[in-house]
Design a protein around this ligand. Structure first.
Ligand code: CA2
Length: 148
């Protein structure tokens, strides 16, 4: 059987990780997080490809290309979480198992962060566990893919 393939998407401003606001988002850089994800993927014997963009349209292009090429999507949509119906529509259209991850506990933050327009189309959401959330999310996503 060929390896399952997962697309990891990081939204706007996540390229700043580790360099600003470490008290909110932790000290790890995005490269550190991608390395941890790849290590976990090797243990799980799955393939991952990671992509970060500050542009909504670039994320949508990747999601459109994912249909037929990936078995699932793990996404931290950044602030697009809270208002991007275009991102949500693309994720719905992709029709792939989807896990939403947030570094911070969005429910313990400003009111505008407490609502996600992405969560209703996700298989599940993990938030508040920092970089570990991506690894928990990868495990959860693989379980959903296998159940499908
Ligand atoms: O907690 C999360 O993972 C968020 O998705 C991060 C987004 C934020 O808009 C969401 O409400 C919650 C922001 C990512 C910005 O990351 C930065 C990292 C370092 C310095 C500044 C921003």
């Amino acid at each position: 059987m060929s390896k399952h393939k997962v697309l990891i998407l990081h939204g706007p401003n996540l390229n700043l990780l580790g360099r600003r606001e470490p008290e909110v988002y932790g000290k790890k850089t995005l490269a550190d997080i991608d390395r941890l994800i790849k290590e976990r993927a090797a243990v799980l014997e799955i393939q991952v490809a990671a992509f970060q963009s500050n542009y909504e349209g670039q994320l949508i292009d990747r999601i459109q290309d994912a249909r037929g090429n990936y078995d699932g999507i793990l996404i931290n949509p950044g602030a697009l979480t809270h208002y991007s119906y275009s991102l949500r529509d693309a994720l719905t259209a992709a029709g792939l198992p989807l896990v939403e991850v947030h570094l911070s506990n969005i429910f313990a933050r400003e009111e505008f962060r407490q609502h996600s327009v992405i969560s209703p189309v996700a298989s599940g959401v993990i938030c508040g566990f920092g970089a570990t959330g991506y690894l928990l999310g990868l495990d959860a996503l693989l379980a959903v893919i296998k159940e499908r």
